[in-house]
Each structure stands twice: as structure tokens, then as C-alpha cells.
Design a protein around this ligand. Structure first.
Ligand code: RB5
Length: 147
């Protein structure tokens, strides 16, 4: 799993890294590594590219709200990044949207809620069926953009 954040999400990203490590997940920390101000598009792109090129199966992104870094990750073809705020949105992001990057905001959630949401995301599986048709349409949009 690839994790990335800007400065506003670094503490939560580090917490989630520890949380995942304690569960035995193989994680790569793509930064940022300090509280120095950085730009979330750089880290959303790093995580998105790691997922898109297969270096990582899934990504975890954190910024202040989860929004900016999700927008950045979603610019990478093949990435479906979802901002989640709780267990339900995290579970549905996987079951319905087949999200491959999960994004949370350090300024809008707690470590406890974020780690519970992340667990729910990892435990859930894509339901396919009618949702596959919609994922295919997302892939078509990627192709259109890349053409
Ligand atoms: C950084 O100050 C902040 O704007 C960023 O972390 C994020 O919340 C943007 O969506």
C-alpha cells in the first residue's frame, strides 16, 4: 500500500502508517516527511502513479480535508480516489466505486475514525454487477482524456 500526504495530513498519515504496519500490511511512505509546507498535488500524484503503475495495489492519501489530494490522485488515469469520512462511506467507496485510493482529512476527522474507516475500506470488496458498468464508464472517461 502506498501512503502520501501534504504537511496538513502528515501526522494522520504517519498514524495510519503505524496502524497498517501493526496489522502486517506492506506499506511504502511516499512522504511528506516533515511539517514544512508542501503542495498536495505532488503527493496525490505520487500515490496515484504508484497505484496506476502497479507498484502498490491501493493508496492512502491525507491532506487537511482529503479533498485536494483526492483531486490530484484522480488526475492519474486508472485511479479512483474517494474522500471518506466514516466507516460507511469507506465501505461503499470499495463496494460500489471500486476505489483504489482512499483519502481522509486530518482537519476533519480523528485518528480513531480515520483508522476505522481505513479498516472498513480494506475489509470491503467490490460488488461488481451493476457497479461494473459504471466503473467501465469511468475507464472510458480516462481513455477520452488520454486520447
Ligand atoms: C493545506 O493548507 C490545505 O489546503 C490542504 O491540506 C487541503 O486541505 C486541500 O484540500
Amino acid at each position: 500500500m502506498a501512503l502520501g500526504s501534504d504537511h496538513a495530513g502528515r501526522a494522520l498519515k504517519d498514524f495510519l502508517l503505524g496502524h497498517l504496519g501493526a496489522q502486517g500490511h506492506n506499506c511504502v511512505d511516499l512522504g511528506t516527511y516533515t511539517d514544512e509546507s508542501v503542495d498536495y498535488p505532488d503527493f496525490g500524484a505520487l500515490v496515484g502513479n504508484a497505484v496506476a503503475n502497479g507498484t502498490a495495489e491501493l493508496g492512502v492519501c491525507v491532506c487537511g480535508t482529503g479533498i485536494g489530494i483526492s483531486i490530484a490522485a484522480n488526475k492519474v488515469s486508472g485511479v479512483r480516489a474517494a474522500v471518506v469520512h466514516d466507516v460507511t462511506s469507506a465501505r461503499l467507496a470499495r463496494q460500489h466505486n471500486n476505489a483504489n485510493v482512499v483519502c481522509v482529512g486530518q482537519r476533519v476527522t480523528t485518528q480513531e475514525v480515520a483508522s476505522q474507516a481505513l479498516d472498513a475500506f480494506l475489509e470491503a470488496t467490490f460488488e461488481g454487477g451493476r457497479h461494473q458498468r459504471r466503473i467501465d464508464k469511468l475507464s472510458d472517461l480516462d481513455k477520452l482524456r488520454d486520447s
